[in-house]
Design a protein around this ligand. Structure first.
Ligand SMILES: Cc1cc2nc3c(=O)[nH]c(=O)nc-3n(C[C@H](O)[C@H](O)[C@H](O)COP(=O)(O)OP(=O)(O)OC[C@H]3O[C@@H](n4cnc5c(N)ncnc54)[C@H](O)[C@@H]3O)c2cc1C
Length: 390
């Protein structure tokens, strides 16, 4: 049986950043992913490098995490972002009433910002709704949802991590109340086999509740899907956000020659059963047109849904009421199950920080004194991921 210090379940942004962190600390790591890497939520997100401004009023813990990680990612992943900044715009009197709390939130969370006049906003974004009453620029950016995690994977691979795709965890191996590895199915050969580990980390995003249940423990995970709509045409150059409490269809991210309007939010039990809500496509157009009126006539390129892995203990109605922050669960302390850790919640933007917290827990459990180095180490380019031999 193959044996590793750590088996990471899930090849999304979180699993990628964690494999990188643990490999840099000198641990033998494997990632098992049931599909292709980033085939879960990560490969379907909006592509916003968050400044945190979106959460500056209502979810300040997450906002602070976002701005901290935004600044670190710019250093360790140069070339992965379009540093186009974001513009929060007030269109209505109601938006204007939100402005004082918004500016105060930006100050509290340490998010740099600059107010610009409506005339200047329209000069820089000619397709913006001419009714704009106020505009605030923040360090948002556009990112490629897949390429950033590939850079984490590529660097982890260079440092010895083994990435196993099309490899699904069907069972956690247990000796009494200790997790000792995983039983996986290789979806290419359809054979099952076992992998041993000192610690198994559950980084399965919206599926982490299902993985936790395999160890007989519960994590308060609430999958919360949202719909995104990509339209032909790059209607704005900066990321445009409505200046109000984050809601449906209030953000347009320019991605190459497309514009992606997002998003909606509801809650589901099973992230494998996402209903693509047609009504939400209509709403994205309607609300998106409040920011950029020309969106109304733009031809749709694609629409899709993905599930956020949010921390919540049930009872959420839409997912908007749940924080975007993350939590690391050491199941030994919490549930009396040794050798098993879950990391859940957060954003793609905060994956590195989530990995740092989790790797600290893993290192402590293994009695290893190796500090985190991921704040400084510059990542390999994403193309290096495909060169598997070194
Ligand atoms: C509509 C929407 C828009 C978003 N926009 C943004 C944005 O613009 N910017 C941002 O920073 N964040 C955004 N997010 C949040 C972000 O996408 C997620 O927080 C992040 O991608 C989660 O990454 P993850 O690695 O935790 O989960 P995932 O990417 O889902 O990875 C978990 C992986 O586990 C795998 N898995 C599941 N079960 C098993 C098993 N049994 N065995 C092996 N593998 C398994 C899955 O296949 C999956 O690939 C958005 C989310 C949504 C839903």
């Amino acid at each position: 049986m193959q044996k590793f210090h750590v088996v990471i379940i899930g090849g999304g942004a979180t699993g990628a950043a964690l494999a990188h962190d643990l490999s840099l600390r000198g641990l033998r790591v494997t990632v098992v992913e049931r599909g292709e890497v980033t085939s879960g939520t990560t490969g379907r997100h909006h592509g916003l490098l968050h400044s945190g401004a979106r959460y500056a009023v209502k979810d300040q813990e997450s906002a602070k995490e976002c701005i901290q990680e935004n600044m670190i990612l710019r250093k360790i992943a140069p070339g992965s972002f379009e540093l186009n900044n974001g513009l929060f715009v007030a269109i209505t009197d109601e938006d204007m009433a939100y402005r004082p709390a918004f500016l105060e939130g930006l100050e509290t969370c340490g998010i740099p910002y600059k107010e610009i006049t409506p005339q200047e906003a329209l000069r820089r974004e000619p397709n913006l709704n001419p009714a704009v009453k106020a505009a605030v620029e923040v360090p948002d950016g556009t990112m490629d949802a897949m390429r950033l995690p590939l850079r984490f994977f590529a660097t982890a691979q260079r440092n010895g991590a083994v990435i196993k795709t099309y490899t699904e965890v069907e069972e956690l191996l247990m000796q009494g109340k200790t997790v000792t590895g995983v039983r996986v199915r290789d979806h290419v050969t359809e054979k099952t086999y076992e992998i041993g580990a000192d610690i198994v980390v559950n980084a399965a995003g919206a599926w982490s509740g299902k993985i936790a249940a395999m160890a007989g423990v519960h994590v308060p995970l609430q999958p919360s899907p949202g719909v995104l709509v990509a339209v032909y045409g790059r209607w704005n150059n900066m990321v445009l956000n409505r200046m109000h409490r984050s809601g449906d269809g209030d953000i347009i991210v320019p991605q190459r020659t497309l514009s992606v309007i997002g998003t909606s939010s509801w809650v589901v039990e099973d992230p494998d059963r996402l209903e693509m809500k047609k009504e939400h496509i209509r709403l994205m157009y309607e609300y998106g047109a409040a920011l950029v009126p020309a969106i109304k006539g733009a031809k749709m390129r694609a629409a899709w849904a993905a599930a956020r892995p949010l921390i919540g203990s049930g009872g959420a109605q839409t997912g908007r009421e749940l924080s975007r922050t993350f939590k690391c669960f050491d199941h030994a302390e919490r549930d009396g199950v040794e050798g098993f850790v879950t990391i859940a919640g957060g954003k793609a933007t905060t994956a590195r920080g989530m990995a740092e917290v989790t790797a600290d827990v893993v290192a402590r459990k293994l009695g290893i004194d190796a500090p985190c180095r991921t704040r400084e180490v510059v990542l390999l380019p994403h193309t290096a991921y495909y060169r598997r031999r070194w």
